[in-house]
Design a protein around this ligand. Structure first.
Ligand code: NAP
Length: 192
């Protein structure tokens, strides 16, 4: 029997043309992995970090939504790539999980942090080379205050804004992008 994955209807049985379906290895790999680390969220993490982030050993990676499906994989790939990895998450339990279970170098609980830009600076005194953004808003602003020259920002998601009914305003980033020579062409791209 073959196993396939793709953007299918949530049904037990269906007839499909076969377009845009991918054959997966259901014999040697647990099928549920294709819903996580080998599925949409894992591939988002892998291609976002590697293609847009272009990580180089010794660089510093900051990731928000760090304990989530995408962020947790980003951080682990970052460690495999030899990066110093800092996560941002919403509880002390998650901070401990990131450091002790996933091997992150440090982590910040945004719910107990008044000044995110200062907290990032404390955790990354030499600045951020790559910011993998899952949340947007003030966390992105704070990360941009700490971005290094030639920094890369992966604009993956903006979960903190999804329920906003009005378009929020914030700091204008144009000057930072020019001064820091960031990859602004890719900054707003979420298509890997
Ligand atoms: N571009 C793409 O192709 C692509 C693909 C997949 C996902 N995404 C995006 O990537 C992001 C993460 O997806 P995921 O699947 O990893 O999500 P997830 O597993 O559901 O994790 C999301 C985490 O975000 C945090 N969060 C929720 N509300 C927040 C807020 N107001 N401020 C800060 N953090 C908040 C929560 O963790 P805490 O408890 O730590 O707050 C939550 O557990 C989402 O924005 C999603 O839309 C993009």
């Amino acid at each position: 029997m073959d196993f396939l994955t793709g953007m299918l209807d949530w049904k037990e049985y269906q007839v499909h043309s076969g377009d845009n379906l991918r054959k997966i290895d259901g014999n040697n790999i647990t099928l549920s992995a294709y819903l996580g680390v080998l599925g949409l969220t894992g591939l988002t993490a892998y291609f976002g970090l590697n293609r847009i982030g272009e990580p180089k050993e010794g660089e510093t990676l900051l990731v928000s939504g760090a304990a989530g499906a995408v962020g947790s994989i980003v951080g682990q790939i970052g460690k495999i790539k030899g990066l110093r990895v800092i996560g941002i998450a919403g509880s002390d339990e998650k901070v401990t999980f990131l450091k002790e279970q996933l091997g992150f170098d440090s982590a910040i609980n945004y719910n107990t942090t008044d000044d995110m830009a200062a907290a990032i600076k404390r955790h990354a005194p030499d600045g951020i080379d790559i910011y993998f953004d899952n949340v947007g808003s003030y966390t992105l602003d704070a990360a941009m205050e700490n971005i290094n020259r030639f920094g890369r920002v992966i604009n993956c998601g903006a979960i903190s804004l999804y329920n906003e009914t009005k378009q929020p305003t914030g700091p204008r980033l144009e000057t930072t992008l020019v001064k820091k020579k960031c990859k602004d062409a890719r900054l707003y791209s979420s298509r890997f």
